[in-house]
Design a binder for this molecule. Sequence first.
Ligand code: PGA
Length: 252
Amino acid sequence: MANSITPLVAGNWKMNGMIASSDEARAMAAGLADLADPKCDVLICPPATLIGFLARVLGESAISLGAQDCHPQPGGAHTGDIAAEMLADVGATTVIVGHSERRQDHGETDALVASKAQAAWRAGLKAIICVGESEAERDAGDALTVVRSQLEGSVPPEATASDTIIAYEPIWAIGTGRTPTPADVAEVHDAVRETLKELLRPEGEGMRILYGGSVKPGNAAELMSASNVNGALVGGASLKAEDFLGIIRAYS
Ligand code: PGA
């Protein structure tokens, strides 16, 4: 079953991107269209300010659009927040929830992340639920325990393989240029797969598990070859068409 999972290459633009960034998005769509037989799905998660605009720029291209966060509620008195329904309304198909930067910067708990995933489904969006250990947790030998506990708390039991994607992102690899070895990635991804099967039964078998953290054109193929890796969540290297296309090609 795991072998039949279509990989996903997802770009997380974080707090980067202006109207002028549509040039890069256009170049990504054109480069993707040039690939004879892309073997992966492709998603860009720009800042929320650009989703509606890029939806028009990308039109019928093969690139889908996602968001980087949503509020659990569908609307109301939550100044500065954005509901999943609003993201769907402007063209998002997917939303990242529980990224480590939001867990750290905004104190997001597993329970809040789970409620955001449920909000995504309520709005008809897929949720990319992020997990990953800190450097201190890895050094202490706790990586698998931490990731398991995050999955238990952040992935609601009704999650399905079609509405949920897991992203394993070791915090120490994000934006640092350091990556775990393929063997280390495989160890965690195998454990994530086993936990998902335990928690979600058959749905856990076909759920995509992305690796994220310093994925670049030069290491994407090697990281992709690790067991139970079904794609990548890419930060810095998703901002430039040339880099992002290099990663997509490694998956094709
Ligand atoms: P990075 O970010 O590729 O810049 O390391 C990954 C992420 O945080 O999603």
